[in-house]
Write a protein that binds this ligand. Structure first.
Ligand SMILES: CC(C)(COP(=O)(O)OP(=O)(O)OC[C@H]1O[C@@H](n2cnc3c(N)ncnc32)[C@H](O)[C@@H]1OP(=O)(O)O)[C@@H](O)C(=O)NCCC(=O)NCCS
Length: 283
């Protein structure tokens, strides 16, 4: 019988191990190459930060004192987000995931809106739909991109642009990311800005987050992230839902391959949510 308790920031290795076990198993079941994890530093910073900022949303499930699952939720300016939900493959399908989700949702009671980025796991899709979220099936674009020009409207950004990022986040999803932005920047993310209209954060060949006030700025930022990815490496752009049609031409122009993968689940007031590509950890 599983027991549930709040998790502490210095228990982050437990979160890392559970996440590796659950996602490695998911990749294998889906016949996909096992995704290589980010560096230990990035992982530690992410989990510590989320548990520190949202202790009421951080839950661990244990069986006989052994960790078997975890759920992490964050609240930012009245917007709730699911940062992680995993159950160890050995004990999946026994109700632990649903029980963890319930606890993270209770933490968000009264929130204006909610965001979940779902994997393709059918139990995840089921649990989020049953919790009253609307499903937005998503595509993922991958591949080694063709060379794109760095758009003239885009410049590199830095911590001095966090005010702009806050204003854009509030316009596009009704809530700023707060200290999550500093954590992302500390993890050697590169930032791009279109003056007064939007920003994007990427690291290596990965896009973390993109928000803008108009589609053209969104497209230019996405071009910039793809254009500056390490040469010859495969990039990955996720969460291309029907709402983010503005992004489709850019990924196709870059020669990436589209495949339907997982879904974004939204409920309540999440703002216009376009042009917006959420971050998996900080949504
Ligand atoms: C997705 C995940 C967290 C779900 O946790 P879980 O403990 O395995 O799932 P649960 O047992 O709570 O089941 C969730 C739902 O699926 C149903 N379900 C689970 N196994 C089932 C089965 N074999 N047959 C029928 N229904 C089943 C449950 O009944 C429940 O639905 P309900 O609330 O309507 O009854 C877990 O499977 C996991 O870690 N998967 C890999 C990582 C992942 O994809 N995480 C989600 C990232 S967004």
């Amino acid at each position: 019988m599983a027991e549930f308790r709040p998790i502490q920031p210095d228990e982050w290795p437990v979160l890392r191990d559970l996440a590796f076990a659950a996602f490695e198993d998911l990749d294998r079941r889906q016949g996909e190459p096992v995704t290589s994890p980010p560096s230990e530093d990035v992982i530690a910073r992410r989990f510590r930060h989320v548990v520190e900022t949202d202790p009421g949303g951080a839950w661990l499930a244990e069986e006989d004192g052994r960790p078997v699952g975890a759920g992490l939720a964050i609240l930012r300016e009245g917007l709730w987000g699911l940062s992680m939900l995993v159950v160890h493959p050995a004990v999946q399908s026994a109700g632990i995931g649903r029980a963890l989700l319930e606890r993270t949702l209770r933490y968000g009671d009264g929130a204006r809106g909610g965001i979940i980025m779902s994997s393709d796991d059918w139990r995840a899709l089921r649990a989020y739909a049953r919790a009253g979220f609307d499903m937005h099936p998503a595509a993922r674009a991958t591949g080694v991109p063709r060379r794109l020009e760095l758009p003239a409207t885009v410049r590199p950004g830095s911590a001095v642009d966090l005010g702009l990022a806050e204003a854009v986040d509030r316009a596009v999803r009704g809530a700023a990311h707060g200290s999550d932005m500093e954590v992302m920047l500390a993890g050697d993310a590169r930032m791009f800005v279109v003056e007064g209209r939007g920003y994007a954060l990427g690291r290596g060949s990965e896009l973390y987050l993109l928000a803008a006030t108009d589609d053209e700025a969104g497209r230019d930022l996405l071009r910039a992230v793809i254009a500056t990815a390490p040469q010859g490496e495969s990039v990955q752009i996720q969460n291309l839902t029907a709402t983010q049609g503005w992004a489709t031409n850019v990924v196709l122009e870059a020669g990436l391959r589209l495949a339907v993968h997982g879904a974004l689940f939204l409920r309540g007031d999440v703002g216009p949510f376009r042009p917006y590509l959420p971050s998996s950890a900080y949504l």
